[in-house]
Design a protein around this ligand. Structure first.
Ligand code: WAQ
Ligand code: MG
Length: 247
């Protein structure tokens, strides 16, 4: 699902991204999920959409089984502290300062993307072909039994909410790609101020107060290896079905 709004700022007609969602479901769940997606699009904190696009496709390929990243919530009181934590953890696993500076430029831009930026861990060069749209992680989901177990685990930390679950599944798919070293994410919702960094090395690290309440900026950056095959990464993230099969 994607919801957007027309804006004619600067006399150039452009579409502002409001919200999006994707998942893998059984036939029998489709009407329920569609209803939920539409409800979500119509009551979003970024505004009322002028257009909602829904795409439902049959998946023919057997989904790749992936495992969920372990979740940790860090202590963080301010956006500046969040930035320090992110630099420290990501410099530590080999991401250059330049790449981090460039990532924060993407994440704090007033013009949010629908998808994610792909950034070279060394040069900090952006490699996604469409910088306005970015790469959209799609065809991802979780098996029913794994979902139940995950709900129990998240409930213990009082974070069993759709936002966390969906982000965790997305980060688990993204970091299961061998050429992706880490991800950083800030929600573009003005009322959601917890972000995260994720990597196979340290799991899914939640960072409270990554931005201030009311701010509309946000985004995602995937840090990719220097010699990575970009097309292969994009094909994996956007097209290859992946299902979390264990929490
Ligand atoms: N693929 C790639 N990028 C995406 C996708 C996707 N499927 N969905 C969203 N993005 C990008 C896009 O640039 C958005 O502007 C940005 O991420 C933020 O998306 O554990 O809600 O849906 O409490 O606003 C983190 C949860 C929630 C942390 C993140 O992101 C926690 C969130 P949002
Ligand atoms: Mg959002």
């Amino acid at each position: 699902m994607r919801a957007s709004k027309n804006s004619n700022e600067l006399r150039v007609m452009s579409e502002m991204h409001i919200s999006g969602a994707e998942g893998i479901y059984e036939d029998s769940e489709i009407s329920k999920v569609v209803k939920e997606y539409i409800k979500r699009a119509l009551s979003h904190s970024r505004g009322k959409p002028g257009k909602i696009v829904l795409t439902i496709e049959e998946i023919k390929q057997m989904p790749k089984k992936i495992s969920i990243l372990p979740v940790t919530t860090l202590q963080c009181d301010y956006p500046d502290e969040a930035r320090e934590i992110i630099y420290q953890k990501l410099l530590n696993i080999g991401i250059s300062k330049k790449a981090l500076d460039n990532a924060f430029r993407v994440l704090s831009s007033a013009k949010t993307m629908r998808g994610a930026s792909l950034m070279d861990i060394k040069s900090g060069k952006r490699t996604e072909p469409d910088r306005e749209r970015g790469i959209r992680v799609s065809r991802l989901g979780i098996e029913k039994s794994a979902d139940k177990k995950l709900s129990l685990i998240l409930s213990k930390s009082k974070i069993n909410i759709t936002t966390v679950k969906e982000a965790l599944i997305l980060a688990s798919k993204a970091t299961s790609c061998p050429d992706i070293v880490a991800e950083v994410c800030i929600s573009d919702d003005p009322d959601y101020t917890t972000g995260y960094i994720a990597s196979k090395k340290f799991g899914y690290l939640r960072i409270p107060n990554i931005k201030k309440q009311g701010e509309m900026h946000g985004g995602r950056v995937f840090f990719i290896k220097e010699d990575a095959n970009i097309e292969k990464i994009i094909n994996y993230l956007e097209k290859t079905p992946a299902l979390v099969s264990n929490p």
